[in-house]
Design a protein. Structure first.
Length: 298
């Protein structure tokens, strides 16, 4: 298959960067679906997620990754870093996401982890937040001097400004070749994984400071009857004191988490969802090899 703009190209693009720069927002924007969860808090993404965009002249297989961080706390944290580093193996190009006007040691560290020879495009995100756009030019010059980026593309993942230009820059780095995935495929992840992630997103969005980091979501049951999906999930917390926080006064918090997660699932899966949530205390789950394996963090 070949489009008007030259030969068919297909390949893998890892989306990397320090926590909270907008990697997952960018993935969702590029593929036009909410596949990867996002929140105001750093370290929302724990596991890599593939999002596929197929155009007449190119297939982009994007791999969203957890934000690389230097504080190695738990076994879970080590998994997150490993998952980001592994995504860099055997990719055709890397999109290094930065925040406009910020390029510091944490960003340099991510850059240093990219294997030699892999072309890197710097994605300068969140330009919609810049009150003074003239500050961008010297910043782009600083970046160009710091590393031989193949391209530097300012974008807003939130509004979509300049994301077509980014796709153009990335397409040029993909090898010529046939589709890697089917034309209508969107992700390599199961609905089960996506459902657990959507619940986790609501925990990150609706709960206070430390609590989201103490939670994980385990799908207990996932059954499909025609267009209806029946899903039961457990929210794991670290300490018994966190359970009432997740449940909230009169169960209000858990209800909001469930409602919002269900609405997102219905949109993504294109069918009705019946969602049941439980909260369980699992002390030390983020260092427990068996639990981490069940959660897919191994
Ligand atoms: N104003 C603005 N906000 C953005 C943009 N892109 C992302 N954000 C916000 O930045 C925050 C972090 O976005 P994420 O997409 O979760 O960031 P991430 O890099 O995936 O973060 P981790 O998974 O935690 O490493 C969210 O509140 C987003 O809404 C943008 O272009 N403009
Ligand atoms: Mg993310």
């Amino acid at each position: 298959m070949s489009g008007q703009d030259g030969p068919m190209r297909a390949g893998y693009v890892a989306i990397v960067g320090r926590p909270n720069v907008g990697k997952s927002t960018l993935l969702n924007r590029l593929v036009g679906q909410k596949l990867s969860i996002t929140s105001r808090r750093p370290q929302t993404t724990r596991d890599s997620v593939v999002g596929i965009l197929t155009r007449p002249d190119a297939q982009f297989v994007f791999v969203d990754t957890p934000g690389v961080q230097s504080a190695h706390g738990s076994r879970l944290n080590r998994y997150m870093n490993r998952s980001a580093t592994q995504a860099l193996e055997q990719v055709d190009a890397v999109a290094l996401v930065l925040e406009a006007l910020r390029f510091g040691p944490a960003d340099r560290k991510v850059l240093a982890a990219i294997p030699d020879g892999v072309p890197v495009v710097a994605v300068v995100n969140k330009i919609d937040r810049l009150a003074d756009k003239s500050a961008l030019l010297p910043f782009l010059a600083t970046l160009a001097a710091a590393y031989p980026f193949r391209e530097i593309v300012p974008v807003s993942a939130e509004t979509g400004v300049q994301t077509e230009a980014l796709l153009g820059a990335l397409r040029a780095l993909l090898p010529e070749g046939d589709l890697i995935y089917g034309e209508d495929e969107l992700t390599d992840r199961s609905e089960r994984f996506l459902a657990a992630e959507l619940v986790r997103e609501k925990l990150f969005r609706l709960l206070g400071e430390e609590v989201p980091y103490a939670t994980a979501v385990e799908i207990e049951r996932f059954e499909q009857e025609g267009e209806l999906r029946r899903i039961s999930a457990s929210i794991l917390v670290e300490r018994s004191g966190q359970k009432p926080i997740v449940i909230g006064k009169g169960g209000e918090k858990l209800k909001a988490i469930g409602t919002q997660a269900r609405q997102d699932m219905e949109k993504l899966f294109g069918g009705k969802v019946f969602l049941e949530l439980f909260v369980k205390v699992r002390e030390g789950w983020m260092d427990n090899a068996a639990i981490l394996r069940r959660l897919g963090y191994d």
